[in-house]
Design a protein around this ligand. Structure first.
Ligand SMILES: Nc1ncnc2c1ncn2[C@@H]1O[C@H](COP(=O)(O)OP(=O)(O)OP(=O)(O)O)[C@@H](O)[C@H]1O
Ligand SMILES: [Mg+2]
Length: 587
């Protein structure tokens, strides 16, 4: 409901800045009143001249007054702009912060629904529309109202019937502006869309420039970019066409009113019903009405767009996460037995029909658990559910003996170290990347974690060691180095549960052994889950789970599975041959 949206998103900021707004609008109205008195001075001058009653000093006096008023208008205009438009920027900032704070709290399913591009575009365009409606929109509405009421009032004071005749064409102006500014907005939206596709195109080309070159696509991409550029220019011209039309059309329609005044008003002057000064002032007031009449149509569009955008923003900031914190969380006791218990747990992605994790009944207690299975068998999905990135849709999941739905998310996450399948590095130093979850860690602790993750040697080999910047997306590190860095990050947090999703896949066999030996020392008594398809690594775990189509196909020790499970046997046979081929120097 729009009213509740207005109240929730806008009202607090309006309240907070009410003095600023009051001062701003007072300045705005004062400007209007000053401008409205100027034609009165002109009338005095003209009437005085006609009757020959005014002296040159009197004329100078009038001119001085006009100059003084114009000066005051300058100061007050500056004041209202600063106060009111400034307010709309403050309002924009408040809403923007609210959107940001909300977005970063959302869960994985939310980010599948809204892409990054959507979120950026929506929030900037929608925010812009709200800011416009609450800034220039409000100004134009108040200004138009004051100006038109006063101008019409003064005109009526001069001659009511003439006012009616002069105003006849004005509604046409309001309607025309309304239609044209609606069209203008649509065309402008197209321009913005094309601008963002152009930006997106150059962005995606630049980040995959290596690929483009490898496939000799340079000219092809340049052609496509050129086409986008041509489209962009064409739609800009379509905007310019309307922009060029609005003002001349307004003057034309305004001139219809002037026609009435010249004909009928002129006769009134001839009949001596009104003075020549009245006549001149009347025409000045009529010209003053052109802008308010245009403003009515324009403001109507601004408000309409602002409300639509406000609705979208409201939807965004009131969207619920599928991982809500429990209303009455069970007071989390100290975790005595870090570990999970799954009872008939299933999960399906909203975009697919088959469950990715199907009716799992398992437990993970202290020890090292290997999880394996073909690609797409649900290993990563399982890890993400355990890390509380996705909700438990069906069945139950217990953490440390309590149903996860009754535990605060922060509590669960504070006990888990999670290394995703594709580790993400921030543009920062290596040390800062390792200390991500623990900004207070000392350099010694960072180094210790790096040693345990077998990445220390690689880091000291870099020019700036731990202070080396890892650039955008960590391009300066290899895949295996990145994985071990992410592992060091998790080790530094030193939490009772560690989930490593295929985090050692790009690590060579010798290093894998080294990392694993480090882990074994580090994780005595903790619960560790390692997803891997490497038999060597799996054989070093305490227990192995084989997933197939989201369900447990087999479970047991390395030796048991070698005897019982055909998938495991074939993985073993294949990797033994590969390893033998990789080591030609061994006998
Ligand atoms: N975000 C998602 N939205 C929709 N479906 C998904 C999503 N992520 C994974 N899936 C699907 O869920 C199933 C399980 O995927 P998952 O990533 O858990 O497999 P995996 O065992 O980790 O595979 P891999 O060994 O290749 O990493 C697959 O069929 C996959 O296509
Ligand atoms: Mg995976």
């Amino acid at each position: 409901m729009p009213f509740s949206q207005l109240r929730e998103l806008l009202l607090p900021t309006f309240r907070q800045h009410r003095l600023r707004l009051a001062a701003g609008f007072a300045a705005l109205i004062l400007v209007d009143l000053l401008q409205l008195t100027i034609p009165r001075f002109i009338k005095h001058g003209v009437d005085g001249l006609t009757a020959m009653t005014i002296t040159p000093v009197g004329l100078l006096h009038l001119a001085g007054l006009i100059l003084l008023f114009a000066g005051m208008v300058v100061v007050l205009r500056f004041a209202w702009r600063y106060l009111i438009i400034g307010f709309s920027r403050l309002l924009e900032r408040t809403i923007r912060n609210r959107i940001f704070a909300h977005i970063v709290k959302m869960d994985a399913p939310f980010f599948e629904k809204y892409t990054t591009g959507d979120l950026m575009a929506h929030s900037s365009n929608d925010l812009g529309a709200v800011q416009m409606a609450c800034g220039m929109g409000m100004v134009a509405a108040v200004d138009a109202l004051v100006m038109s009421l006063a101008a019409i009032g003064f005109m009526i004071a001069i001659h009511p019937m003439l006012t009616l005749l002069a105003l006849l064409p004005m509604p046409i102006l309001a309607v025309t502006t309304r239609i044209l500014s609606g069209k203008l907005h649509k065309r402008f939206a197209t321009v913005q869309e094309q601008f963002s596709s152009m930006t997106e195109f150059s962005r995606s080309t630049l980040i995959s420039i290596g690929l483009i070159k490898a496939y000799t696509m340079e000219d092809f991409q340049t052609d496509r970019f050129g086409k986008l550029g041509r489209k962009y220019v064409r739609s800009n011209l379509r905007v310019a066409a309307i922009q060029g039309l609005i003002s001349p059309l307004a003057t034309l329609i305004g001139s219809l009113g002037l026609l009435m005044v010249l004909y009928f008003g002129g006769r009134l002057v001839i009949n001596n019903t009104i003075t020549l000064g009245d006549f001149v002032a009347f025409i000045t007031y009529l010209y003053m009405l052109i802008w308010p009449m245009m403003a009515i149509g324009w403001v109507a569009n601004l408000v309409q767009r602002g409300l639509t955008s406000l609705g979208r923003i409201h939807d965004l900031v009131t969207s619920r996460t599928t991982l809500p914190d429990p209303v009455l969380p069970v007071p989390p006791a100290m975790l005595k037995h870090p570990g999970y218990e799954l009872k008939n747990m299933s999960f399906r992605y909203s975009s697919s029909t088959a469950p990715a994790v199907d009716n799992l009944t398992l437990s993970f207690g202290p020890g090292i658990h290997g999880v394996t299975g073909r690609t797409g068998s649900g290993k990563s999905t399982l890890c993400k559910i355990l890390a509380r990135l996705y909700p438990v849709a069906d069945g139950q999941l217990f953490f440390g003996g309590t149903d996860v739905n009754q535990l605060p998310l922060q509590f669960i996450r504070a006990h888990i170290g999670y290394v995703g399948q594709e580790p993400v590095l921030f543009s920062d130093t290596i040390a800062a990347n390792i200390a991500l979850g623990r900004a207070d860690a000392s350099r010694e602790e960072v180094i210790q974690a790096a040693v345990n993750a077998a990445i220390h040697e690689d880091i000291v080999g870099l020019k700036d060691g731990y202070d080396t910047m890892t650039g955008e997306r960590g391009v300066k590190l290899s895949g295996g180095q990145r994985q071990r860095l992410a592992l060091a990050r998790a080790l530094l947090c030193d939490r009772p549960v560690l989930i490593i999703d295929d985090g050692l896949s790009a690590v060579d066999v010798a290093t894998e052994h080294e990392v694993f030996a480090g882990l074994k020392r580090h994780f005595a008594g903790k619960t560790v889950l390692i997803v891997s398809n490497r038999i060597k690594l799996l054989s070093m775990t305490d227990r192995i789970i084989i997933l197939a189509d989201g369900a447990v196909q087999s479970e047991g020790s390395h030796e048991q599975l070698l005897q019982e499970n055909s998938l495991y046997q074939s993985m073993y046979a294949k990797q033994m041959t590969q390893d033998a081929l990789k080591e030609p120097e061994s006998p």
